[in-house]
Write a protein that binds this ligand. Sequence first.
Ligand SMILES: Nc1ncnc2c1ncn2[C@@H]1O[C@H](COP(=O)(O)OP(=O)(O)O)[C@@H](O)[C@H]1O
Ligand SMILES: [Mg+2]
Length: 242
Amino acid sequence: MEQNKSGESYILEVKNLSVSYGHVNALKGVDIKVKAGEIVVLIGANGAGKTSLLETILGVNEIKNGSIHFQGREISGDSADKIVRAGIFLVPEGRGVFSSMTVTDNLLLGAHHNLKGAKSKMDYVFSSFPILKDRKNQVAGTLSGGERQMLAIARALMSSPKMILVDEPSIGLAPKIVNDIFDILKNLNSEGYSILLSEQNVYKALKCAHRGYVMETGNIVLGAASEDLLNNPEIRKAYLGA
Ligand SMILES: Nc1ncnc2c1ncn2[C@@H]1O[C@H](COP(=O)(O)OP(=O)(O)O)[C@@H](O)[C@H]1O
Ligand SMILES: [Mg+2]
């Protein structure tokens, strides 16, 4: 794993990353880093490029320029399947849970590349999320929004990731449930998972994360410790309504 001058190791390094959809330049030379054990949040309005960045890390989008390193190894150009095997899993925007499948079958999808280890992973996930255990034979469409988000996160854990990317986990959830979801992310982080999430719920996300990056129209315009972003007058004005 690459180390910087102060000896810190980065689990993820994105350098000068550019991605286009036809003539739409979604990412225009993005640089971000996540240290092992960190929670980092991408903040930005709709269309800023958050989803594009997360999906590109997972190997879904074609890279026009730049590189992505995970644990010191270049993963740019690898297939999504290979990147999942390397230890990254994406919890997509809108959760990506299959409504007509049971909780158990949704979880098994997360372990599709390692079904042998699935039973013990399932036990671990059910002990972390007892509510999912209670509902394991129900189809996911009968779950509440918060439970579906839990299921999406639990499915990520089934792949034995080292790093979890979470795209707008709070969207469409009641404030109390949003707090529960951020608590879950903090607990997972304390168990050792590195987390990169995107959020428009800026205040709660910065309270949860160690550091944040502000994205605007495909660029990173600011990166700092969460506390500094929370105290930054421009951020307060633009994203916190203060
Ligand atoms: N599949 C796509 N085809 C064309 N343009 C897209 C596609 N996905 C996203 N975009 C555009 O790329 C830009 C970044 O979008 P996105 O990454 O979804 O931002 P965010 O997640 O921050 O809302 C926007 O201008 C959006 O309209
Ligand atoms: Mg998005």
